[in-house]
Design a protein around this ligand. Structure first.
Ligand SMILES: Nc1nc(=O)c2c([nH]1)NC[C@@H]1CN(c3ccc(C(=O)N[C@@H](CCC(=O)O)C(=O)O)cc3)C=[N+]21
Length: 283
């Protein structure tokens, strides 16, 4: 059996639940609002921004675009951030990354209001993720993977899960979330020896290395569940994942397509966290 784990039904289910929330909030004259801080005009930031705005519009979440010049100083950036931190009409803040070199991400991370940090930048939220404290926010992409597993009722307890990649945005948080669901977790990365042997033992494989079609047939255990987090765009504008789709199709038991998989759930998870932030701020 080979199941395609499409993102759309997962995103639709999340969105339906959120629409109830926005209706209730609206009856109390509260409009949830997400501030999007973009520095410069990078095409992948703009692609993500477009997806976020469309999703938020549909749910009834307001978006406030904060567009800053590519050469903005650290001081000016922090003052723009302070403004949305202190704006009581803004409930969530997302900063597109990576930021240009003149900006110090370490300082920016601790400057975002933790209660509005829907993308889990602030160390207070990463600490909550580590300890399993659900009052914090989780990075949207690994959360999207977990929502897909939940929706398709993929058992995780006691399973061998291998996360390929160790970034703060996907790999590390994915490992923690899988651990919380009682999987046995291995984190593999570019320096891992005999990588194929390790991934080929995985019941659950999460590919988050950022290399187009890196995961081939030999990496995949027969019947495994494969989640592909990669969004790679080639010169012709075609989107590919970190997994070779045809080879996953012949070997995996279930896998997420690209496009139309994890990426399509990410904005729904982001919206969910904005509603969570909004509710917390109006308690
Ligand atoms: N703090 C932060 N978090 C990010 O996750 C982040 C970021 N900054 N900066 C930019 C990159 C790039 N990125 C994209 C996401 C979706 C599409 C995209 O095209 N999504 C399609 C669906 C893709 C699919 O179906 O797989 C859509 O929304 O319709 C592109 C690019 C996120 N990033």
């Amino acid at each position: 059996m080979n199941e395609l784990l499409k993102g759309k039904p997962v995103a639709d289910a999340i969105v339906e639940a959120l629409k109830n929330d926005t209706t209730v909030l609206e009856s109390k004259d509260i409009i949830p609002c997400l501030a999007l801080i973009r520095v410069g005009e990078k095409s992948d930031d703009i692609a993500y921004e477009r997806g976020i705005v469309k999703r938020c519009d549909d749910i009834g979440i307001k978006t406030k675009k904060v567009e800053l010049a590519e050469n903005i100083t650290q001081e000016a950036f922090l003052s723009a951030l302070k403004e949305v931190n202190e704006d009581s009409l803004v409930h969530g803040i997302l900063i597109f990354r990576p930021l240009p070199k003149q900006l110090d991400e370490k300082v920016i991370e601790v400057s975002i209001a933790p209660g509005k940090d829907v993308d889990c930048l602030h160390p207070e939220n990463t600490a909550k993720l580590l300890t399993g404290d659900e009052s914090g926010f989780v990075p949207c992409t690994p959360m999207a993977v977990m929502e897909i597993f939940k929706h398709y009722q993929i058992p995780l307890e006691g399973k061998n899960a291998v996360v390929l990649g160790r970034s703060m945005v996907v790999g590390k948080p994915a490992a923690l979330l899988l651990l919380q669901e009682n999987a046995t977790v291995t984190v593999a990365h570019s320096r891992t020896k005999e990588l194929e042997k390790i991934t080929a033992g995985a019941d659950i494989l999460i590919a988050a290395i950022g290399r187009s079609e890196f995961v081939r047939e030999a990496h995949i255990k027969e019947g495994a569940v494969v989640a592909d987090v990669g969004i790679n765009v080639d010169e012709e504008g075609n989107m590919t994942g970190d997994v070779h789709q045809d080879e996953a199709k012949s070997k995996a038991g279930a896998f997420t397509p690209v496009p139309g998989g994890v990426g399509s759930v990410t904005t729904a998870v982001l919206a969910k966290q904005v509603i969570k932030a909004c509710k917390m701020q109006h308690k």
